[in-house]
Write a protein that binds this ligand. Structure first.
Ligand code: AHM
Ligand code: MG
Length: 323
């Protein structure tokens, strides 16, 4: 397909579908539903501070984290919007302990994993947050459809609510980024065929965990500092990975002696963002293998994660191998 800068997202999705003569259009409809739901979320985030959407709900979620009002709202808007289409069989979300199987989706061919509002602890201080999505084919009538390797994703992407709102996604044919033009209300192709630089100059680790890391991780961070790399860490994975996609370098959330499996969740954080990083020519790993080859065992499973430019990742993985 000829990638045409300036084309709007809905048309782009339909043009992509035409590459597959047997496509039923369901995946396209799901992507367009995500597009519409995230426009609603974006519009509410843009007004946060003026309307009563900031602050905490006063409840702890399945992750043991305090639920922000916007977490709950974003989750409800996405789930309701997607459920109304009848196009998907089930949805798993960071904000829901169990998967949700909508009544009208019993014939649905796809399942979706969502982080409705990644980085939500940043929303009160006006820092970028985002929505992450991962779509797999349905292979069963239960949670097993969610517990497939990341490499089997049929589509994955995110919407970042930053200085502008951008939707970045891939169906396995490269990565394209669209910027929301608020005057028109459309996502417009602004970043066609995103490719990570072969090497970057940025490392994004929460270095306050230094003392808790393994020797290998510490040695890697010492090495990049000696080389003159700069530290950028937003603590919104979506913002750190978005910057990494465009500028290169490494984002990581390693295991440490408190968070034995790291902090990032496989289904709706590591897999979709890892898929985009690999589609853009980078590497995404749990330290031993590509994150996309790991078969998850539960919906909210955590994993150590390292992702970024190929040359930087190869150096990191070599150091980790030495132990
Ligand atoms: P969230 O999805 O509940 O916002 O949590 C995940 C976030 C990631 O976006 C970010 O990379 C990480 O937690 C930051 O953790 P820390 O504050 O420990 O550095
Ligand atoms: Mg998250």
């Amino acid at each position: 397909m000829r990638v045409q800068k300036g084309i709007d997202l809905s048309r782009f999705i339909l043009e992509e579908e035409r590459r597959y003569p047997l496509a039923s259009g369901t995946l396209s409809r799901i992507l367009i539903s995500i597009e519409n739901a995230t426009k609603i979320i974006s519009s509410h985030i843009r007004k946060a501070g003026l309307v009563d959407v900031l602050g905490k709900v006063g409840r702890i979620n399945v992750q043991g984290e305090e639920v922000q009002k916007l977490d709950e709202l974003a989750n409800n808007w996405l789930v309701e919007h997607l459920a109304s289409t009848g196009d998907f069989f089930a949805v798993a979300s960071e904000e829901m302990e169990k998967a949700f199987f909508p009544a009208n989706g019993s014939d649905g061919k796809y399942v979706i994993s969502l982080d409705p509002l990644d980085g939500s602890s940043n929303v009160d201080v006006n820092i970028s947050v985002g929505t992450i999505f991962s779509i797999h084919k349905r292979i069963s009538d239960d949670d097993a459809s969610f517990l497939q390797e990341g490499r089997k994703q049929v589509a994955a992407g995110y919407v970042i609510y930053g200085s502008s709102t951008m939707l970045v996604y891939s169906t396995g044919n490269g990565v394209n980024g669209f910027t929301l033009d608020p005057a028109v209300g459309s996502f417009i192709l602004s970043h066609p065929n995103i490719k990570l630089p072969e090497r970057g100059k940025i490392y994004a680790f929460n270095e306050s965990n230094y003392k808790r890391w393994s020797n290998g991780i510490r040695r890697y961070v010492d090495t990049v500092k000696e080389k003159g790399y700069t530290l950028r860490y937003v603590a919104s994975m979506i913002a750190d990975v978005h910057r990494t996609l465009l500028k290169g370098g490494i984002f990581a959330y390693p295991a440490d002696n408190v968070n034995k499996n790291g902090k990032i969740r496989i289904l709706y954080e590591a897999n979709p963002l890892g898929f985009l990083i690999e589609q853009a020519g980078g590497i995404a790993s749990n330290g031993n293998s590509s994150i996309l080859d790991v078969k998850p065992e539960s919906l909210h499973q955590r994993t150590p994660i390292f992702m970024g430019s190929k040359a930087d990742m190869e150096e990191l993985l070599a150091i980790l191998k030495e132990g």
